[in-house]
Ligand binder design. Sequence first.
Ligand code: DX5
Ligand code: ZN
Length: 221
Amino acid sequence: MPGKIAPSMMCMRLEDMVEGLKTFEKEGIEYLHIDVMDGHFVPNMQLGVDYAKNLRALTNIPLDIHLMIENPDEKIRWFDPQPGEYVAVHYETTKHVQRVLASIRATGAKAMLALNPATPLCVLEEVLPDLDAVLIMTVNPGFAGQKMVPQSLDKIRRCKEMLVSRGYDNVEIEVDGNVSFENAVTMREAGADIFVGGSSGIFVKGMTFEESIAKFRGCIE
Ligand code: DX5
Ligand code: ZN
């Protein structure tokens, strides 16, 4: 199956929103990546509950909600997750990772665990049956426009090996952070399935969305 694209909506200029979403629909964009930041877990604030709900009113493209917030437990349902959408929580943000993953699935959405660059893959071991996807951060979360942490590629490779060897190859791998055209090729080879397209992949200066999406698709076939 070819790789799937999730444009990072915090990179979308407000003035491009309506036309941009039409183009994303026309180009078959698979998900819209929503970065939710609380100013505690990451040193930035971005996107929120109303943003996600308003976006659903504008498009049928399913949301991929990336929660970079402390104690996501009771906040997940504020976003009213829908079947076919993804919700990701970071390993360090809750004392009850398994329960939170199960609560995401209980909404009908797909459960994803997000790992910072320094968070080891072994934290996945006991929750493999609770996962629909793993989100491997290839930068430290908080800001667009950063450089990929170089050891991320090997981590994607080892994550893929771990999932296959444990019989969980149905669990998808999403990559987020500096997914440039060049990095997307090697991330794809390493085993990534879903690619967050930010300032280096989809929202690229001097390219239309049609152009950047076509080039990006070519990198993740
Ligand atoms: C990082 C965010 C990303 C970011 C990726 O904290 O989660 O979604 O926008 O975009 P670029 O390509 O700018 O790294
Ligand atoms: Zn993200």
